[in-house]
Design a protein around this ligand. Structure first.
Ligand SMILES: [Zn+2]
Length: 394
């Protein structure tokens, strides 16, 4: 009898809980790091807790590189590598959402490797990753990409916006300090968009072809956490924006909801070692052609992509539907739930909101069909299908 042996990877040490960030210095000491480069973006560097975090690393000669914004590009990585070399660092603390996380990983990769970052593109490399990669400690400040528990980095070309993936097990942060207090100031729009990215990871991982029941179980519980917490996080963010001062019970509920989404986000990224699907291929093309925020692109595409997938995996849709709606009797109820959630947190319901022209889909389809995510989608996707899915998203 033929047999197949599968790989399951769950290697990240995660310290989760309010105040976990205060363990940073102790973790750096344990890793033997003596001189640290903090990698973040301008917005995170302005948050009230950031100066205290910097000060806590004075004995590690901490310098901060904050040259990250938008979708991360090669020039940001180059500037970061310059900062790394000028500072003589031996370890990186990555603080932020997906962009600073990915730039930090790319800086670590290029710290001791010659040539251009894309020389090391996964599957198309022209140089080996054979030099040491400095240790990274990650502190996520959004609940979306889950890049802090991943072993790859996604960086775009400055001019073409084409996304390239670099992969190496050493790019996995040695420790993640997952502190929900760092997410309390996240605006509603970013909370919603990043949350939809996490949800897309969970759903696409569960649906992805392949055998990984560990990932399937994580994905289902992650979907449950999104159902319980995403709308609440967005509501709390809006109330804070409106100037409300939370009493103790409300503040505790906000913190708990942020913690739920932080776990869901990491669970999504852990689960998608199994694979992703057609939503991500559509979203990657939107980011390439229109520079759309990754989470927002997924949020807009998810309903249409799932309408496309439903007939190909009805049992799996039903299992997910029962997570978000106990007693559900068919997979369509999951799709309806996604649409309702999306609308309730302010995700645009049409690609028109991004300025996409429904009669000019060729550039999007050309990128999407080349994307590496859809081959693991439960239903095969042709060029014609991509046109139809984009049309359905208007
Ligand atoms: Zn994603």
């Amino acid at each position: 009898m033929a047999s197949t042996v599968y790989t399951y990877n769950f290697p990240t040490r995660i310290r989760f809980g309010p105040g976990a960030r205060h363990e940073l210095a102790a973790e750096l000491t344990a890793l033997g790091i003596q001189r640290v480069l903090i990698v973040t973006d301008k917005d995170v560097a302005q948050l009230p807790w950031f100066p205290e975090l910097e000060t806590s690393l004075t004995s590690f000669g901490a310098a901060t590189f904050k040259g990250v914004w938008g979708n991360p590009v090669v020039s940001q990585v180059k500037a970061g590598v310059e900062a790394w070399k000028a500072h003589g660092a031996d370890g990186i603390v990555a603080v932020g959402g997906g962009a600073p996380m990915d730039v930090a990983k790319a800086i670590a990769l290029m710290a001791h490797h010659p040539g251009h970052l894309f020389d090391y593109e996964d599957g198309h490399s022209i140089r080996p990753i054979d030099q040491p990669i400095p240790p990274i400690v990650a502190l996520p400040t959004t609940a979306g990409t889950g890049s802090e528990v991943g072993r790859s980095t996604v960086i775009s070309d400055d001019d073409t916006h084409a996304k390239k993936i670099m992969f190496d097990p050493q790019l996995l942060p040695r420790v993640v300090l997952a502190d929900p207090e760092l997410l309390l100031g996240l605006p509603a729009k970013i909370t919603a968009a990043t949350g939809m990215d996490a949800l897309t990871h969970l759903i696409e991982a569960f649906l992805a072809k392949g055998f990984n029941p560990l990932c399937d179980g994580i994905a289902l519980e992650g979907i449950h956490l999104v159902a319980e917490n995403l709308k609440a996080c967005v509501d709390f963010a809006q109330r804070l924006r409106a100037g409300e001062v939370f009493d103790e019970a409300t503040a505790a509920a906000h913190l708990a909801a942020r913690g739920g989404m932080l776990n869901a986000s990491m669970m999504g990224a852990i689960a998608f070692q199994k694979g992703l699907g057609v939503t991500h291929s559509c979203a990657h093309a939107l980011s390439t052609v229109y520079d759309t925020h990754h989470g927002l692109a997924n949020g807009i595409m998810l309903p249409a992509a799932m309408r496309f997938n439903l007939a190909a995996a009805p049992e799996q849709f039903l299992r997910m539907a029962r997570v978000v709606k106990p007693g559900a009797t068919n997979g369509q109820e999951l799709v309806d739930w996604i649409v309702g959630l999306s609308e309730s947190i302010g995700i645009p319901t049409s690609l028109g909101a991004l300025g996409v022209d429904p009669d000019a889909l060729d550039p999007l389809v050309a990128v999407a069909i080349q994307d590496g995510c859809h081959p693991l989608n439960p239903r095969a996707v042709t060029e014609t299908d991509f046109y139809a899915i984009y049309q359905d998203a208007f």
